[in-house]
Design a protein. Sequence first.
Length: 317
Amino acid sequence: MSRWTNIIEDLLSRVSDIGNTILANSDADSIKLSLSEKCQALLSNVGEATGLARSREILDDYKRLDKTEQLAFFQQIYANFGVDEDLLRQTVNEWLKHPDKIESRKIHTISEPLSQELIRRLNLSYGGTAALVKMREDLLEHIKTDLSLAALDKDFQHLFTSWFNNGFLRLERISWSTPATILEKIIAYEAVHEIQGWDELRLRVAAHDRRLYAFFHPSLSDEPLIFVEVALTGDMPNNISSILSGDRQTLDPHLASTAVFYSISNCQTGLRGISFGNFLIKQVVEELKRELPDSKPFCHHVTCYLVYVVGSTPNLH
């Protein structure tokens, strides 16, 4: 986590504390409000400090809900924080009578459900982004029970696509010197070829001919979003066992002709549907080109894993 991130988070925390004091003095009945009513209050709130405090209060209250209460909460948000259909109908009728660009933009604004603005305001609180990613993870589970909630999920997905776009992502190489808390998560999140403990992880991140790269986001600084594992080899492998073998012969990476992208794992269920993979592979390719600029250019695809020979650019869509 960067020094500036710490400073910003500290400021947000201080402002939120001020807001908590204001809420305590002006809203003695707040504890009696339902979670849905607190969300209504958040949208009607105009004060920044109280808004941050209310957002934090809502997210803290949400954490205490059981599964049944979560489902009821999502159903209330879907039912009560939608589009103002009367206003939208009126605006569309006005545009049909006098079509122009200004009225067109009004339609776009008015057609946005209130749930999107609610999510935006919750995101402003300290730790809001991480909490919302976890909230969406819960929502995806509850959609299996109530399919109508898929419409609410579209609001999360729409906003997450902007918040987690490529410009905000930070590529990091994971090595044996990476903090243990992150290395533990790499072990836990590996979804393709399971990592059996620390010794096996060391083979994948500490060996000279192995690379592991992950994307991070400023708001989830200690949580990898997605990671890819790469094996640098002297020829085209014909099976995964030769890549994962613990007693294989280590290769000088400068003698490698092939980079095998043999495993890619998405880490955050709450970010399902947000595309990272292609961009991650392209970024890693550029990193390898800078590190090993003299390797032979060639590109090839092999069965279940992408094989990229160092020096080329893969054809990804």
